[in-house]
Design a protein around this ligand. Sequence first.
Ligand SMILES: [Zn+2]
Length: 186
Amino acid sequence: MSGAAAVYPALVLNADFRPLSYYPLSLWSWQDAVKAVFMDRVNIVSEYDNTIRSPSFEMRLPSVISLKKYIHLDRRPAFTRFNVFLRDHFACQYCGDGFPTEHLTFDHIIPRSKGGRTTWMNVVTACQSCNLLKSNRLPHECGMIPLRKVVEPTTRDLQRNGRSFPPNYLHESWGDFLYWDSELES
Ligand SMILES: [Zn+2]
């Protein structure tokens, strides 16, 4: 697979599922990524369809990997769409059902029209029906209270939640990942 390094780079995420760096984007050659997998330093988050083979093994090339050990970059988990969904286990916080990301939305617990802000403490994952049902009402007006206690998650919380999903569930590709990792506007 000569020349594959340029063709099959792996996006490297820190243990909090954010890219190690954006500028430049943290990419490793497939050789470095595979080596890190064998050294048990990373989890495979997503894979290419392409495989490498040797007489003794065959594996799909990783397209996204996350470090097992958090590299401390002096930051709290970013307030992103992806991280809000991850905090809430990709499940609606009103009916408790899990949905594919394209069917999930955000609900402001205290509606923006009533002064609610776009923050960790006021935004939860909701399915489209629950979001519609709740509309612009306050929780006590409609009896819709988030199922889980709403918290600002730590890196450790997000790591733990991420581990409960099988590889490839969270991201089809790192293109999607970067999209989902865009910061929420406050
Ligand atoms: Zn729902």
